[in-house]
Design a protein around this ligand. Structure first.
Ligand code: SF4
Ligand code: SF4
Ligand code: SF4
Length: 237
């Protein structure tokens, strides 16, 4: 697949996935759940980049922000380090809610139901509004703390999909870091390791699209290189 077409391909996958999930309605939840678990076990967070409707919702918000020429909200490294434990607190809260209080995380499969359910309280509207506002200003903000994403991230390191880097040819231009929706610093900072797959990576391939150096960043599936950066690729926004 040619460079810079991956994002278009990914958006198309997300669109089809949302259409299929809405079409299937609620009758096939068990099949969707099994598919989601299987995909997580084999491909880690690939689901996040290509299937999850909630991820798609956030991408739509980012696209709208860029269309309106509203700059993204920058979070300093210090604030990020303060916020990091939040991810684990949310995961523990989520697991306890599912295991002991019967929470059914349907919003990950049909986020639209959060807006249309009969028990739509003012409290829920405020929460949805705040999360939407944050995700509008910061790309994939929810995904950085999402408990299902965190769970899938455990598999990223042993997943069959890998992001690879040739650190010797990297010119430290930062293009990869600046376009990464998950703010993964190691894709830019790593100099020695070739496997730079991070637990937060959603395999969006934006870093590979943006890298201006030939074959410095690549994506391998089952050990076979399927995509790599090309010299003078333009930065992806
Ligand atoms: S991190 Fe959560 S919300 Fe984001 S794409 Fe993955 S499952 Fe969906
Ligand atoms: S590291 Fe690359 S593929 Fe992974 S989320 Fe960041 S930009 Fe996307
Ligand atoms: S975009 Fe490519 S060359 Fe630039 S810092 Fe990232 S890996 Fe290195």
């Amino acid at each position: 697949m040619k460079q810079r077409k991956i994002t278009a391909f990914r958006i198309m996958c997300l669109l089809i996935a949302v259409a299929v999930l809405v079409f299937l309605g609620s009758g096939y939840r068990i099949i969707i759940l099994l598919l989601s678990i299987f995909s997580a076990l084999v491909f880690g967070r690939l689901w996040c980049g290509y299937v999850c409707p909630l991820g798609f919702y956030q991408e739509l918000l980012s696209m709208l922000r860029k269309k309106l020429h509203i700059p993204t909200f920058h979070v300093s490294l210090k604030v990020k380090s303060y916020l990091r434990p939040l991810k684990w607190i949310i995961l523990v809260y989520f697991l306890a809610s599912v295991l002991f209080f019967g929470l059914r995380p349907v919003m990950y499969i049909r986020p639209d139901l959060s807006f249309s359910s009969a028990d739509m309280s003012i409290y829920k509207i405020i929460i949805v509004g705040i999360v939407t506002g944050i995700c509008f200003l910061k790309e994939r903000a929810f995904c950085k703390y999402c408990p299902l994403g965190t769970l899938r991230g455990f598999v990223n390191k042993i997943s069959f999909g890998k992001i690879k880097k040739d650190g010797t040819a990297c010119t430290h231009c930062r293009a990869c870091l600046e376009c990464c929706p998950m703010d993964i610093r190691s894709i830019y900072e790593e100099r020695n390791k070739s496997d730079i797959t991070h637990s937060d990576c959603i395999y969006c391939m934006k870093c590979i699209e943006a890298c201006p150096e030939q074959d410095v960043l690549s994506f391998t599936l089952f050990g076979k290189k399927v995509l790599s950066s090309k010299r003078n690729s333009k930065q992806v926004k």
